[in-house]
Design a protein around this ligand. Structure first.
Ligand code: SF4
Length: 86
C-alpha cells in the first residue's frame, strides 16, 4: 500500500496536503489537495492516485497506524475533537 505518510513527494502546505509532482490526490477538491484534518486524524491517506503512481518514492518503512495522527475523534454524541495528552 502506497500512502502519503511514506512518499517523499507528499507535502503539507498550510492546511492542505499536496503532491509535489502535481498529481491530484482527491477528486473532491478543486486543486486535488487533501485537508490536513485527514492527517491529524491519522486516516490511511492511501489515495487511488498514489496506488497507481509510478513516481512514488518511499522515505522509509510504513508508519504504524498507532503513530499516525495527533487528535482523537470521540464516537459518542455530537462530533467533538480532543487533543491527545502530550
Ligand atoms: S505516490 Fe505519486 S501521487 Fe502520491 S504523493 Fe507520491 S508522487 Fe504524489
Amino acid at each position: 500500500m502506497k500512502t502519503l505518510y511514506e512518499c517523499e513527494h507528499a507535502r503539507v502546505c498550510g492546511e492542505r496536503i499536496r503532491c509535489r509532482k502535481g498529481y491530484l490526490l482527491s477528486p473532491l477538491s478543486r486543486n486535488g489537495s487533501l485537508d490536513i484534518q485527514d492527517l491529524a486524524e491519522g486516516k490511511p491517506l492511501a489515495s487511488d492516485t498514489c496506488q497507481q503512481c509510478g513516481d512514488f518514492k518511499r522515505m522509509g518503512p510504513p508508519l504504524p497506524e498507532e503513530e499516525r495522527g495527533w487528535i482523537v475523534i470521540r464516537n459518542t454524541g455530537p462530533a467533538t475533537i480532543d487533543k491527545q495528552p502530550q
